[in-house]
Structure formats: structure tokens, C-alpha cells
Design a protein around this ligand. Structure first.
Ligand SMILES: *Cc1c(COP(=O)(O)O)cnc(C)c1O
Length: 424
């Protein structure tokens, strides 16, 4: 490893040379290498193998197998892909399935969890959580007749949630603690095991959303004693737009928990066409209807890359990239008015970095429109830069920071309106 940080392209190139994952970039379809893509935490790039897989899925599997495809592998796809994801999240077989969206999976598991804590009133989350997750929790409370209180742990600095703010909220009235492993805006990463111990000591269940951590942070669901988890596959797992999400139910809870959506794919014997619902015995009871098989096959090809890279190397690269970006931001961007809005401690940080600037929105527009840097913007003033270990290079991080510097120093953002586009 090169020993000392210097702000310049030579140091970035030396980091790339010693990057153990550097060969993985060529496994992705990257039609415009000059476009610096720093949004892999919203939508990953397509692995090359995915296009081939989709071609054969439509041209061969579907065209030739027709209805027989269901017995030739499609029917088992939710469980089969679940076992692959299980390898990335530290779960023994029989506890993970793939299907539906993260929001829908969160809905199913939240209602199931509240159903086995009927005498408790509180659902605990935090103010940094992804809004969709909070909406789902609010909707579940409404469906159950407004008997629950959703209580959100505050943040002192807008970046982290302190144990001292969260833990006192967890008590004898807590039914469920539902949090995101990595916060979508600041990148704050929870100590999952310690929060889970606290919740269990109070007799509550935990539901972790792994959307922003799976593929870039070590996850040990079994070892940490997690009850329930959900997560997204189109971010750092590169499954493609709208690829199906996953859910985890700890084995010894499966028999007690009932899905609120009683569909035939979660039935014990769907092809008996019985008139009454009886849930499947395992985690499959949380399936609902026919899975989108073409998306499953694309995801399956993408997961091969994540497994091959391995979580240890991915985490190491991710920490290397975010630390390097923060070093550059400190020396080059801070004098231009940027403020770091992510944890400095890499042990408490996921794989994206937020930088605040009063002109954040206009800067993000100029970067995307004319400077070839695609990150994203999160209200009110966050430039959020996602660093995907499998295809982001250190040279790109250097170049992105240099373009951000030019954008601000040359006033390139001034010609853009601060009025928001519909999707930011
Ligand atoms: C990305 C993300 C989601 C996405 O939910 P969808 O149902 O796929 O739209 C949900 N929760 C968190 C924490 C996320 O980061």
C-alpha cells in the first residue's frame, strides 16, 4: 500500500493498483467510462452476465420451456435465491426468501411481529430511517386500529443515533424495534448486535432493514440473534431496476408468525387448490403471488459477482473508498463550503458519504448535466455519493472531487435553478 495520502491522481492510481477487487470493474457493462457513477446505492450498474442471462431467459427458458419452466426451476426461484442471499447475510438455510419489494416485505413482517406481541403498544424506529419504512409502520398501526405508538429516536447531529437516545425508549411496552442497518442519507451504521441485545432484554422483537448494507457491510443475522430482516437487491447487489427484495425470518419464529397476505405461493400445497388457506411450514409462508421470474434470473446472475468478490474484500474496499473520499473532501472541498454529513469513524459508516453545501441542489444538477458526475441529492442540502466496491475506482473518486471543485470554483452551478425536478 502507498503510505501517505496526497490529494492528486498519482495517489489514487497507486490505491487502484493495490485494490484486490480491481478486476471486477471489467465484469460490468460501462458504456461511458468518463461518466463517474456515484449512485450505486440507489441503483447498481448492470453486471455483463445479466444481459446474457436475460437474453437466454426470454429466448430459451421462456420460449422453449413455456409452462414447463415452472417445474424446471422457476417455482423454486424465491427459495433458491434466498439461499444465495443467506450466504451474504450470515443465515443458515431455510430462513431467507426473495420476492416482492422491500416495502411490501416490511409490511408483511411488521404485521406478523405485532401479531405475536399483542399486549405491547410501542414500535420504535428513528428519525434517520428511510421514509418508506416509516410510512409502512404508520400504515400497520392504522390497520391495527391505532393501538400502537410509533416512537422515533432523535438525532443530535443529523448524522448518528446515539445509544443514549435510543435505548431509553425501548422498554416493557415495546413490541418491535424496526431500524435500518445503514441510514440512507448520512450513511450511519448501527451496531446491530448491541441494539438487538437491548431489544431482546426488553422482550421486544427486532426487524432490521439491510437495504443499504447488504453487499458492502458484514452481516451475521444468525450470530447476532436477529428475529426479522428485509433488504433490497437493486442497490449494492446490482439486481437491476425493481429487482425483487428479500426477507429473513429466524427459524424458531417461523411457525408462530403469520403473513398478513394469504396468497397461494405461501400456501402449504398451492397446487392442491384447496379452498382454505393453510400456511407453508417454513419461511415460504411469507410469499404471496407469482414471482417476476425474469427479474429473478437477472438477480441470480448479479449475485454471482457479489459472492465471488466476498464480503470481506467488498467491505475492505468500501471502507477504503469512503475514507479516501473523506480525506479528499477535508483537503479540497471543505474550503469551498462543504461540510461532512457522514460518520468519520469507518466502523460506523456504510458505503456512501454525504456532503452538505448550501448550494447542494444546484451543484448536483451541474455535476449531472455537464460535468459527468452522477451522484444524488437528498434534501435539504446533501450531495450523496455512493461508492460501490465492485466497480468504483479510486481514480474516479479523485476525478469526481476535482470536478466538484471546478464546479464550485468556476460557478458552473449558477445557471441552474434551485427548483427541484420530480426525482432527485
Ligand atoms: C432502498 C430502500 C427501500 C426501498 O424500498 P422499495 O420497496 O424497494 O421501494 C426501503 N427501505 C430502505 C431502508 C431502503 O434503503
Amino acid at each position: 500500500m502507498p503510505s501517505r495520502f496526497t490529494p492528486g491522481p498519482a495517489f489514487a492510481e497507486s490505491l487502484d493498483r493495490s485494490d484486490e477487487l480491481r478486476s471486477f470493474r471489467s465484469r460490468f457493462a460501462i458504456p461511458d467510462p468518463d461518466l463517474i457513477y456515484l449512485d450505486g446505492n440507489s441503483l447498481g450498474r448492470p453486471p455483463r452476465g445479466v444481459a446474457e442471462r436475460l437474453q437466454s431467459a426470454a429466448g430459451v427458458d421462456w420460449a422453449q420451456s413455456l409452462i414447463r419452466g415452472w417445474n424446471a426451476g422457476w417455482y423454486r426461484a424465491p427459495a433458491r435465491l434466498g439461499e444465495t442471499i443467506a450466504l451474504l447475510v450470515g443465515a443458515a438455510p431455510g430462513q431467507v426468501i426473495v420476492g416482492d419489494s422491500t416495502s411490501v416485505n416490511l409490511f408483511k413482517l411488521t404485521l406478523a411481529a405485532l401479531g405475536v406481541r399483542p399486549d405491547r403498544s410501542d414500535i420504535i424506529s428513528d428519525v434517520l430511517n428511510f421514509p418508506s419504512d416509516l410510512y409502512i409502520l404508520q400504515g400497520c398501526a392504522r390497520l391495527l386500529g391505532d393501538r400502537h405508538r410509533l416512537r422515533l429516536a432523535p438525532t443530535a447531529d443529523g448524522i448518528t443515533i446515539l445509544d443514549g437516545d435510543l435505548f431509553p425508549m425501548i422498554g416493557s411496552q415495546t413490541a418491535l424495534v424496526c431500524l435500518s442497518h445503514v441510514a440512507f442519507k448520512s450513511g450511519f451504521l448501527y451496531d446491530v448486535a448491541s441494539v438487538t441485545r437491548q431489544a431482546h432484554a426488553a422482550g421486544a422483537l427486532v426487524l432490521w432493514d439491510l437495504s443499504h448494507s447488504v453487499g458492502v457491510a458484514p452481516i451475521e443475522l444468525d450470530r447476532w440473534g436477529i428475529d426479522l430482516a428485509v433488504g433490497c437487491t437493486y442497490k449494492f447487489l446490482n439486481g437491476g431496476p425493481g429487482s425483487p427484495a428479500f426477507l429473513y425470518v429466524r427459524r424458531d419464529l417461523q411457525a408462530q408468525l403469520v403473513s398478513p397476505i394469504w396468497g397461494w405461493f405461501g400456501q402449504r400445497t398451492p397446487f392442491a387448490f384447496e379452498l382454505d388457506y393453510a400456511p407453508a411450514s417454513g419461511v415460504e409462508r411469507f410469499l404471496a403471488g407469482t414471482p417476476p421470474i425474469l427479474s429473478f434470473l437477472a438477480l441470480e446472475a448479479a449475485l454471482e459477482l457479489a459472492l465471488e468478490a466476498g464480503i470481506d474484500r467488498s467491505r475492505q474496499k468500501s471502507v477504503g473508498l469512503t475514507s479516501y473520499l473523506i480525506d479528499l473532501a477535508d483537503s479540497i472541498l471543505e474550503p469551498l463550503g462543504f461540510v461532512l454529513a457522514s460518520p468519520r469513524d469507518p466502523g460506523r459508516r456504510g458505503s456512501h458519504v454525504s456532503l452538505r453545501h448550501p448550494e447542494g441542489y444546484r451543484i448536483s444538477r451541474a455535476l449531472a448535466e455537464e460535468l459527468g458526475v452522477l451522484g444524488d441529492f437528498r434534501e435539504p442540502d446533501n450531495l450523496r455519493l455512493g461508492l460501490a466496491p465492485l466497480y468504483t475506482t479510486y481514480a474516479e473518486v479523485w476525478e469526481a472531487v476535482d470536478r466538484i471543485r471546478r464546479c464550485v470554483q468556476d460557478g458552473r452551478y449558477l445557471r441552474y435553478s434551485a427548483e427541484r425536478l420530480p426525482v432527485t
